[in-house]
Design a protein around this ligand. Sequence first.
Ligand code: 5GP
Ligand code: ZN
Length: 110
Amino acid sequence: MCLFCKIVAGTIPATVVAKSTHSLAFRDIEPQAPTHVLVIPRRHVGNVADLAHDPQELADLFRLAGQVAEDEGLDRGYRMVANTGSLGGQVVFHAHVHVLGGRRMQWPPG
Ligand code: 5GP
Ligand code: ZN
């Protein structure tokens, strides 16, 4: 079972901030901004592009990400990031979107 599947199963602890039908949101263990939450599908899928084969699950994930941003008070803006593949900086190969905020985000990203 992959790391994030273990978090879904509850065998690895995480600070869960929100849940929806198909998705789970929890705090990143190594936050890169005052708010840094990971939003993942409960079902194992390798990346967000593959998740797009199921529009319902994809929409559920982004809806929850938006909800988290609202709950965290990020009304002045935030960033959603989906690192995809090793060159894209993906380390955990279970689809996830980072919700980052609480400071000004830089562009271009590294
Ligand atoms: P990626 O680089 O794959 O886009 O992001 C993976 C993220 O998962 C990283 O930001 C990393 O800090 C986070 N992470 C890795 N292991 C754990 C863990 O055990 N618990 C939590 N909450 N986050 C983790
Ligand atoms: Zn998984």
